[in-house]
Design a protein around this ligand. Structure first.
Ligand code: NOJ
Length: 572
C-alpha cells in the first residue's frame, strides 16, 4: 500500500439531506421541526454520515418550500427558534456531524424587506432586483425611463419561469416588470450591484460566526445575468441566456474569498441548473477558489421525453450510464468534483424511477446506492432513501401541495391532455414524491406527527425505519457503503475508468488508487444478464454485494438489479 494523502476531507464524506418540514414533528403541528431533528440524532449518527444538508428553514411564506426567503437571519417560527438551531448544531457536533445550510441567494421572497422597500419606491432597493420596462424600452434599467402603459410592448423578454408562465411580473403599478425565474413570489436579485454581493457575503458570514462550515448554494449558476437582457430567437432555448453567465465565476470567487474560503474545513456545493461539464469543472476545480463540488442534473433528465420534464416515459439504462460516465470522466479530467445523487427534495424517488418499487424494491434500492456511492464524487443520501422509500400512492391532484406540480397539471389540462394522463405525468415527476414525511414506523402518520401531516404518507406499513432496523437489508447496506468509503481510498479518491461501456444493461467501472483496484458491476435491469469479469478480478474479494454469496469467475450471471464491488487480488 502506498501512503494515503493526509487530507481527503469532503471527498470521503457521505452527506445526509434532511427536508426539515418532513423529518419529525414534535409539536403536533403537522410540520417537521428542528427539535424533531434533535430527537432523531441517535438514528442519524448511526448512519455514519459526516454532514447534514438542511433544506432552508429561514423565515419564509413557504410559497416554494422555504426557497422563498423573507429573512436570511432568522429561523422560520413554524420550524423552530434560534435556540433550537444552536442546540441542534452543538448536539450534532458532539456526534461528529457538521451542518450544511442551504443558501438561497439568487432570489428573495417578495415579502423580504428589500423587495418591500423597492416597491415603496426606495431607489437603493430597486437596484437590488432586476426591474425592466416593457419590451419597447427593452434594456433600459428602471427607473431612468419609467414606461407608460400606452407604450407597453409586453414583457421585457420572452423568458419562461421554471415553474411555468412568464418570468416577469408587474412591479407594483409602475408599468415595469421584475424578473422571477421561479415563482412570482421569488424575485431575482441583481448580483451586478456590489451592494447585493456585500449582503450575500454578510449572510454567509453570519452563519459562519455561528460555527457553520457547510453551505449549499441554490441555483447558483443563474446569478450572473447580463446588463442587457434579450429575448431568445424563435426555437432558441432562453435558459442559456441567463445560465453560467460570464460573471458567475467572479461572483463565486468573491464570495469564497470574503466568506467560507477563509475556513480551512469549509464544505461547499453549488446547485447548477442546465449547465455543462466545462462550467462545472471551473466551478469546482480547487485552483479556481470557487466551490468544492457541484450538483448537476443531466443524469436525471434521461426520462424526459424530448427534454420535457412533464412527460411519463421509462428511462433507458444506456442513457443513464452514458451520462454518468461522461460526467465522471469529464470532471476527473478537469480536476472538478461531483456531488453524487439520484434523490433529493426536487426529484421523484429513485426506486420508482430507475428501479422496481414492487418486485425488486430491496435489490434495486441497494443497486442504485452502490452506483452512487462507488462513482467518483461525494455521495448525498436524501432522508428515507436509506430505507428504500418510494413515491406515495396518491390518486388525486388534490393530494399534491407543490406549486410546480399544480401549475404543471393545469398547464397540461390547458394543452388538452386528458385528466388521467395529466395526473399520471404529475404522479411520475412531482417533487412532492420525495417530500412526504419520513417513515419512522408503521403507525397511521408514520411516527412523523401526532397531528395531521402536511403531506400524507401512504405505505409506511411496510416501509419504515423500525422495520429496517429489525433486520431490513437496505439500511444495513447503506451503513456498509458509508463505512467502506472511509476504509478505501480507491472509493473516495480513486481514479475512475469505465468497463464494457457498450453493455446495454450493465454499468461497470473501476476505481483505482495506487495498488488498490475495485471493479463495480451494476445490473440496471430486471433481467438476468451475463457480464465478463477481467481475469485479475475473477479470484478477487467481494467487497460488497446486494445478493448473497455471488459466484465470481471469468463470467458472472447477474440477477435482476444485482450490484457488486470486487477488489482485485493483489499479487505480492
Ligand atoms: C432549487 C431548489 O432545489 C428548488 O427546490 C427550488 O424550488 C428552486 N431551486 C428555487 O429556489
Amino acid at each position: 500500500m502506498g501512503k494515503p494523502p493526509t487530507k481527503v476531507g469532503f471527498r470521503e464524506y457521505a452527506i445526509y439531506q434532511i427536508y426539515p418540514k418532513s423529518f419529525r414533528d414534535t409539536t403536533g403541528s403537522g410540520i417537521g421541526d428542528l427539535r424533531g431533528v434533535i430527537e432523531k440524532i441517535p438514528y442519524i449518527a448511526s448512519l455514519g454520515i459526516d454532514m447534514i444538508w438542511f433544506n432552508p428553514f429561514f423565515v419564509s411564506p413557504q410559497r416554494d418550500g422555504g426557497y422563498d426567503v423573507a429573512d436570511y437571519y432568522n429561523i422560520d417560527p413554524a420550524i423552530g427558534t434560534m435556540d433550537d438551531f444552536d442546540e441542534l448544531v452543538r448536539a450534532l457536533a458532539d456526534n461528529g456531524i457538521g451542518v450544511m445550510l442551504d443558501m438561497v441567494l439568487n432570489h428573495t421572497s417578495t415579502e423580504h424587506e428589500w423587495f418591500q422597500k423597492a416597491l415603496a419606491g426606495d431607489k437603493k432597493y430597486q437596484d437590488f432586483y432586476i426591474i425592466r420596462p416593457p419590451a419597447l424600452g427593452s434594456g433600459r434599467p428602471y427607473p431612468r425611463r419609467p414606461a407608460r402603459r400606452a407604450a407597453d410592448g409586453g414583457l421585457p423578454t420572452n423568458w419562461e419561469s421554471k415553474f411555468g408562465g412568464p418570468a416577469w411580473a408587474p412591479f407594483g403599478d409602475t408599468g415595469n416588470y421584475y424578473l422571477h425565474l421561479y415563482d412570482p413570489t421569488q424575485a431575482d436579485l441583481n448580483w451586478r450591484n456590489p451592494e447585493v454581493r456585500d449582503e450575500m457575503v454578510k449572510i454567509v458570514n453570519f452563519w459562519r460566526a455561528k460555527g457553520i462550515h457547510g453551505f449549499r448554494f441554490d441555483v447558483i449558476n443563474v446569478i450572473g445575468k447580463a446588463a442587457e437582457l434579450k429575448s431568445s430567437a424563435p426555437g432558441e432555448d432562453p435558459r442559456y441566456m441567463y445560465t453560467d453567465g460570464p460573471d458567475v465565476n467572479a461572483y463565486l470567487q468573491q464570495l469564497n474569498a470574503e466568506s467560507f474560503g477563509q475556513d480551512p474545513d469549509s464544505v461547499t456545493v453549488g446547485e447548477m441548473s442546465s449547465t455543462s461539464i466545462q462550467n462545472c469543472v471551473e466551478y469546482s476545480n480547487p485552483d479556481n477558489h470557487e466551490l468544492d463540488m457541484v450538483f448537476s442534473f443531466h443524469h436525471l433528465k434521461v426520462d424526459y421525453l424530448n427534454g420535457q420534464k412533464w412527460s411519463n416515459v421509462r428511462f433507458n439504462p444506456i442513457d443513464l450510464k452514458r451520462t454518468l460516465n461522461e460526467w465522471a470522466l469529464g470532471m476527473q479530467e478537469g480536476n472538478g468534483w461531483n456531488a453524487l445523487f439520484l434523490n433529493n427534495h426536487d426529484q421523484p424517488r429513485s426506486v420508482n424511477r430507475f428501479g422496481d418499487p414492487t418486485t425488486y424494491r430491496v435489490e434495486s434500492a441497494t443497486m442504485l446506492a452502490t452506483m452512487i456511492h462507488m462513482l467518483r464524487g461525494t455521495p448525498y443520501i436524501y432522508m428515507g432513501e436509506e430505507i428504500g422509500m418510494t413515491d406515495p400512492e396518491y390518486h388525486s391532484i388534490d393530494d399534491y401541495v407543490d406549486v410546480e406540480a399544480r401549475n404543471a397539471y393545469n398547464a397540461l389540462i390547458d394543452q388538452g391532455v386528458d385528466a388521467a394522463e395529466a395526473f399520471a405525468i404529475v404522479h411520475s415527476k412531482a417533487r412532492d414524491n420525495s417530500r412526504t414525511p419520513m417513515q419512522w414506523d408503521d403507525s397511521p402518520n408514520a411516527g412523523f406527527t401526532t397531528g395531521t401531516p402536511w403531506l400524507r404518507p401512504t405505505n409506511q406499513e411496510h416501509i419504515n425505519v423500525a422495520a429496517e432496523e429489525q433486520g431490513g437489508k437496505i439500511l444495513a447496506y447503506y451503513k456498509k457503503l458509508i463505512r467502506l468509503r472511509k476504509q478505501h481510498l480507491a472509493i473516495s479518491i480513486g481514479e475512475y475508468q469505465p468497463y464494457q461501456l457498450d453493455h446495454p444493461q450493465v454499468y461497470a467501472f473501476t476505481r483505482t488508487h495506487e495498488d488498490e483496484k475495485l471493479l463495480v458491476i451494476i445490473n440496471l435491469s430486471d433481467k438476468e444478464i451475463a457480464c465478463d469479469i477481467p481475469e485479475d478480478f475473477a479470484t478477487g474479494e467481494v467487497l460488497i454485494a446486494n445478493y448473497p454469496n455471488p459466484t465470481v469467475a471469468d463470467t458472472i450471471q447477474l440477477h435482476p438489479y444485482e450490484a457488486l464491488t470486487l477488489k482485485k487480488e493483489v499479487v505480492a
